[in-house]
Design a protein around this ligand. Structure first.
Ligand code: BES
Ligand code: ZN
Length: 890
């Protein structure tokens, strides 16, 4: 366990390491309860550190990190140290006066992988052994300089009982394998690329394997392997296909080739996160590997494709070029998310993908930015690095890179990327290093742009338009402002790229300026205008009539936009905007306005007024059948959490739920016929394909069913039951079940039982079954969850189960998690405290569900605060949970 450090780690305190470890030799003997790890480290003083150092001592002490380790022996240059007198604790190994020349250190530790419930370091998932080292798990295996700027070449010998672990894997290429006496065997792996220890991995187990080959553009033959639970091999086919597509895509889109002779992916059932990019040996949560039409939805397929690509892309952005320190986390994560978004956009519909990325960004990152856990994309201090794998680092980190591309243009962006790969290959870099490549490539000063990395919070852009019929000009005035966030009172203006068009009768008008309030040629040519100060006015000329402005096209910056568009403007945008993102945004804005008005009415004791204009507009959208996936997005209302964010303060989740329900009912009734005809028209024809087109048809058809059911629960349930009883794919089966789950009664309970019986042997499908029940917006859901916790399929030891039942409740069930009596908060807080003893990382992530507590109405706010305070009062909280509690209450 880590020391309870009262002081945060600060970026400004970064120092290069006093010692380097050029080479590591590991010999790991696997055993369920007493695994032995012998390491030989080849160390030397870091020549970058001035000697004698400022303190005048001949050489700094060598302090190796450990975390709960049990050392059996330590030898310096072959001479054993006396452990009784050595400076050795479970969490640290210190040599006060190490040699000031090359030297070796040999350390032997003993581990109990079966008792490792944190799933960090060496642990067991089922009968297999695996490791997770990012960010600070390697120190749970052996003493080391556990920091990302110490790069070493690893040779790893793994030994195990052959019957227990026929498969022995580590990073890099296989050098040798052989049999031993007593039924044991070994394999030796060597990774020629220097890497930080967080990228180390090792797997031993009895798994089923799928093999394939990829030939890189320069002719390297790469052996691909995906290793899964026996019997699940066919479910790895899609992941393999996605891997090959990702490898090919990186060669064309970023000129990046794979660099080893093998690439292995291992899927395990017990994993804290989604997946991990260990060099040449990615380890995955099996949820992001396994898929078959009968067990995985279209959304699951899309996630698998994205996660496989993400981890593969890290081979360059993260592994070949790694991070100098953990403050630079966005350097690898934001950039790799940007890359996987680009990949998925090229594999699927770019427009539809952009909409779902922005939905996800707003749901997770805007919420984070608006609450007590807000932090900048490149934070300056942390207590627990595990808590910084956040939507801000990932999603906003990706948005910042996307903005950079929009600002400097595709060509300069590509030049900057090439420069980055050339200049920093083999190093541990910083965000400054990365941005300097684009400054050079574009000949621009990016100092002001860099504020996106330093300042937290979501800027608000207010825009107003004025048409002058005499002068035939249209003037847009923009103003940006940013609210204070934790630790950041006042902010400097952000550099905000605003993509825009002015829509006239026949589409986009040519953009011209001149004289006062002008724009640059480059801005006019690209339709992207920079708001770099607090205010900017732009006057467009030769505008024949009042245009409809389409602002922030493609969501060109991660900001909140406030423009007083009329309802007629919104309808024009919905039907005619050439930018499909803004067509969708206009529908969302319209719905959001209606819903906010209804919430106010409900809170005032009135019935919500309905709006025929909006329902009609959706009706028109439904008739446009060009792109079903896009239409499905168009008719999807903002979520309850979206509406809560738009309201911003004194949130009443029950009123939001009622308002949204009423609007769904109105749409279902008003468009019943159109919805039914969409449902009939898009019936499955032909064999299953997970491709985006076929998935889009299913998405629209199931969205139509769901809305129809909102308007006519009886007839809707009949249709949904029919669909549920003749399941063709998990997508359609689960969509039907979700629709049925919204109406209380016997039909629902029967369907839930049937679904369980059908799928009880597939844990990943049972996760969906848990999650669906946890999301039911009814008062007895909490009792249902408590009952399900006693179900034989549930276990607090498995993160996927915890996330599907408890995580889904806290994250998606707005009315019940936020129940007015505080029962939801008390339940989740208690569970977090129980879980903290087993797995602090997963516990802390669950607790982050309280991130919006301050925006609730008084009663709920007080109850949420009480639950957090109760957690804070618990003794022996993990560093992970303590950090979230403290910041949430600060
Ligand atoms: N490097 C991370 C995995 C990780 C995260 C390890 C936090 C340890 C702590 C990996 O590349 C990653 O980002 N995984 C994501 C999925 C990805 C598609 C965004 C995850 O695990 O959620
Ligand atoms: Zn990642």
């Amino acid at each position: 366990m880590r020391a309870d450090s009262a002081e945060p780690v600060r970026l400004k305190d970064y120092r290069v390491p006093d010692y380097l470890i050029d080479k590591v030799e590991l010999n790991v003997k696997l055993h369920p309860t007493a695994a032995r790890v012998a390491s030989r480290l080849f160390l030397r003083p870091n020549p970058q550190v001035l000697r004698p150092n400022p303190q005048g001592r001949p050489g700094a002490a060598l302090v190796l990190d450990g975390d709960g380790l049990n050392a059996l022996s330590v030898a310096l240059d072959g001479v054993e140290l006396d452990l009784a007198t050595a400076s050795l604790t479970p969490d640290q190994l210190t040599l006060a006066n190490p040699p000031q020349r090359d030297f070796t250190l040999e350390i032997e530790t003993e581990l109990n992988p079966s008792a490792n419930s944190r799933l960090m370091g060496l642990y067991r998932s089922g009968s297999a052994y695996c490791t997770q080292c990012e960010p600070e798990g390697f120190r749970r295996i052996t003493y080391f300089l556990d920091r990302p700027d110490v790069l070493s070449v690893y040779t790893v010998r793994v030994e195990a009982e052959r019957a227990q672990a026929p498969l022995l894997l580590s990073n890099g290429n296989l050098v040798e394998r052989g049999e031993m006496d007593g039924g044991r065997h070994y394999a030796i792996w060597r990774d020629p690329f220097p890497k930080p220890c967080y990228l180390f991995a090792l797997v031993g187990g009895d798994l089923g394997s799928v093999h394939d080959e990829f030939i890189t553009k320069s002719g390297r033959r790469v052996q691909l392997g995906i290793h899964v639970e026996h019997g699940k091999e066919p479910q790895a086919a899609y992941a393999m296909d996605a891997l090959k597509r990702a490898m090919a895509w990186d060669e064309t889109a970023f000129s990046r080739e794979y660099d080893l002779d093998v690439f292995n992916i291992v899927a395990v059932s017990d994993f804290n996160m989604g997946a991990m990019e260990n060099k040449g040996l990615n380890i995955f949560n099996d949820k992001y590997v396994l898929a078959s039409p009968a067990t995985a939805t279209d959304a699951d397929y899309a996630h698998i494709e994205a996660v496989i690509a993400h981890e593969y892309f890290h081979n360059w952005t993260g592994n070949r070029i790694t991070c100098r320190d953990w403050f630079q986390l966005c350097l690898k994560e934001g950039l790799t998310v940007f890359r996987d978004h680009e990949f998925s956009s090229d594999m699927r519909s770019r427009a539809v993908h952009r909409i779902s990325d922005v939905r996800a960004l707003r749901a997770a990152q805007f919420a984070e930015d608006a609450g007590p856990l807000a932090h900048s994309v490149r934070p300056e201090a942390y207590y627990e690095i595990n808590n910084f794998y956040t939507a801000t680092i990932y999603e906003k980190g990706a948005e910042v890179i996307r903005m950079l591309k929009v600002l400097i243009g595709d060509e300069a962006f590509a030049t900057g990327m090439d420069l980055y790969f050339r200049r920093y290959d083999g190093t541990a870099a910083t965000v400054e290093d990365f941005i300097s490549c684009f400054a050079e490539a574009s000949s621009r000063d990016l100092a002001a742009f860099f504020r996106w990395y330093r300042q937290s919070g979501t800027p608000l852009v207010e825009a107003e338009g004025a048409y002058d019929p005499e002068a035939r000009t249209f003037t847009l005035e923009f103003r940006q402002s940013s609210k204070p966030t934790p630790g950041q009172g006042v902010k400097e203006p952000f550099v905000i790229p605003i993509a825009l068009g002015l829509i006239g009768r026949d589409g986009d008008l040519p953009l011209k300026t001149g004289g006062e309030n002008g724009a640059s040629e480059a801005e006019l040519a690209r339709g992207v205008f920079e708001l770099a100060e607090e205010r900017r006015k732009i006057t467009f000329h030769d505008i024949p009539a009042r245009p409809v402005p389409s602002i922030l096209r493609g969501f060109s910056a991660p900001v909140r936009l406030d423009y007083p568009a009329s309802e007629a403007d919104l309808i024009a945008l919905i039907s005619r905007d050439g930018d499909s993102f803004n067509r969708w945004q206009a529908a969302q804005t319209y719905a959001s306005r209606l819903l906010m008005r209804s919430v106010a009415e409900i809170d005032g004791g009135r019935n919500p007024t309905q709006d025929a204009g909006f329902v009609d507009a959706l009706g028109t959208v439904l008739h446009d059948s060009a792109d079903p996936a896009f239409t499905a997005q168009m008719i999807a209302l903002p979520s309850e959490a979206d509406i809560a964010r738009d309201i911003g303060k004194d949130v009443d989740p029950d009123a939001i739920h009622a308002a949204r329900d009423a609007l769904r009912r109105a749409i279902g009734r008003g468009l019943a016929e159109a919805l039914l005809s969409v449902y009939a028209r898009l019936a499955e024809n032909g064999p299953y394909s997970p491709d985006a087109e076929a998935a889009g048809r299913r998405a629209l058809r199931n969205a139509a069913l769901d809305l129809y059911c909102a308007g006519d629960p009886f007839e809707g349930a009949r249709l949904a039951t029919r669909q549920f009883e003749t399941p063709d794919t998990m997508t359609n089966e689960f969509a039907a079940l979700s629709t049925l789950a919204q109406t209380p009664g016997e039909a629902r309970e029967t369907a839930l039982e049937t679904f369980y019986r059908r799928h009880q042997t597939e844990p990943l499908v049972i996760d969906k079954w848990f999650a669906l029940q946890a999301a039911i917006p009814e008062p007895d859901t909490l009792d249902r969850i408590k009952r399900l916790m006693g179900h034989s399929a549930f276990s607090l030891n498995n993160p996927n189960r915890v996330r599907s039942l408890i995580g889904a409740f806290a994250a998606t069930n707005q009315t019940q998690f936020n129940a007015a009596d505080g029962s939801g908060y008390e339940f989740v807080a208690s569970l977090v405290l129980d879980l903290d003893e087993k797995n602090p990382q997963v516990a802390a992530r669950l607790l982050a569900a309280f991130k919006s507590w301050r925006s609730l109405e008084t009663g709920r706010r007080r109850r949420a605060e009480a639950a957090l305070r109760r957690a804070k009062a618990r003794e022996n909280l993990s560093a992970d949970v303590k950090d979230i509690v403290d910041r949430s209450l600060a």
